[in-house]
Design a protein around this ligand. Structure first.
Ligand code: NAP
Length: 317
């Protein structure tokens, strides 16, 4: 089978011809149809996930995707051959990722989440949703803002940002979002009441002008501690800042005027069920920034690493 993999941490991903995997006990074999790109894909390929999960080389990239079950290992109970499944295919050992024609994974992964695609969901969107959707849901829950309050989202234009913006606006929050000029119209259409072009405007000045009483929450999707420290100055007393990108330093977390914490995605199966139901009901839109073939995936990953995401990039398998 064709797959996009690295033979060593830090190598550039390349197209390889590898043997088809075979499902062991408790595993399913999935014929992949679409994968989607997330920053965690290159974190894993660079060796940044070894504290969570052991790995084997060649290491095939990709966590999110959708595919059809082609075979079952002994003892599989949750799925049948022919089922269309999606999720975050985070195996108990990192080896078989979603940028491949086939993968095997345990039916109930310890670190990921796998489920049937709801009937009315477009498989492309089922591949685009998992990590970004679950993270948007979990991070907003952690920020804990209530309807009528104001939430500042730093970095609203990428995979997590486009979904967090919609969910926050639908929950009755007033969303102020940082976004480069080319993405402002999209972020506003998805629900932001106001945007700040962090490329040309001072976020500090813009917040002082538009929100003199301060914001109730800050959701950081960027991970720049200096930028987050500026934003937190505009948090009201008792407000909460949450970073999904490790922007909260020990110094910031120690502040007592506000609460600040980094957030690592948790409770994945329940979150995947929830966000996929919202997708099925039409509540969520997933802007697809780019769609490429499997052979173009190495170039698409390199482009995604340079920044500028405007929603999700899909890989057709
Ligand atoms: N903790 C967790 O469990 C968890 C889960 C999922 C993701 N993450 C992390 O969360 C981050 C976001 O994930 P993602 O999937 O949304 O990434 P993504 O799709 O690559 O989007 C990142 C977005 O941030 C924008 N951006 C970059 N620098 C910015 C700045 N200084 N101010 C405002 N916007 C900026 C980029 O656009 P421009 O470059 O054009 O500005 C891009 O639209 C990544 O670091 C990822 O690793 C963590």
């Amino acid at each position: 089978m064709k797959a996009i993999a690295v033979n060593r941490f830090g190598d550039s991903p390349q197209v390889l011809d590898l043997p088809d995997p075979e499902p062991g006990p408790g595993e399913v074999l999935v014929g992949m149809r679409f994968a989607s790109i997330n920053p965690v894909d290159w974190v894993g390929a660079d060796g940044g996930l070894t504290e969570f999960t052991p790995n084997r080389f060649p290491l095939i990239l990709g966590f999110d995707g959708v595919g059809r079950i082609e075979a079952l290992g002994a003892g599989v109970l949750r799925f049948a051959v022919g089922d269309l499944v999606h999720g975050q295919f985070w195996g108990d050992v990192l080896e078989f990722g979603t940028y491949a024609e086939r993968l095997t994974i345990v039916e109930r992964p310890a670190f990921g989440a796998l489920q049937m695609v709801p009937d009315s969901v477009d498989p492309r969107l089922a591949a685009a949703l998992p990590t970004a959707g679950m993270t948007a849901d979990g991070a907003l829950e952690r920020v804990g803002c209530q309807a009528g309050q104001t939430l500042l989202i730093l970095g609203a234009t990428g995979g997590v940002g486009v979904l967090a913006t919609q969910l926050a606006a639908q929950a009755g929050l007033t969303v102020i979002a940082t976004a480069r000029d080319d993405a402002r119209a999209q972020v506003r259409r998805l629900g932001a009441a106001e945007t700040i072009d962090y490329g040309t405007q001072s976020v500090d000045d813009a917040l002082a002008a538009s929100c003199p009483g301060g914001v109730h929450g800050v959701l950081d999707l960027v991970g720049d501690p200096d930028g987050l420290a500026v934003a937190v100055r505009h948090l009201r007393d008792g407000g909460r800042a949450v970073s999904i990108a490790y922007g909260v330093t020990d110094k910031l977390a120690a502040q007592e005027r506000i609460t600040a914490a980094n957030y690592l995605l948790d409770d994945k199966p329940a979150r995947l069920r929830r966000v996929s139901e919202w997708l099925a009901s039409g509540r969520l839109e997933i802007p697809i920034d780019r769609e490429v073939d499997l052979r173009q995936a190495p170039e698409a990953v390199a482009a995604a690493r340079r920044g500028g995401a405007r929603g999700k990039t899909l890989i057709r398998i």
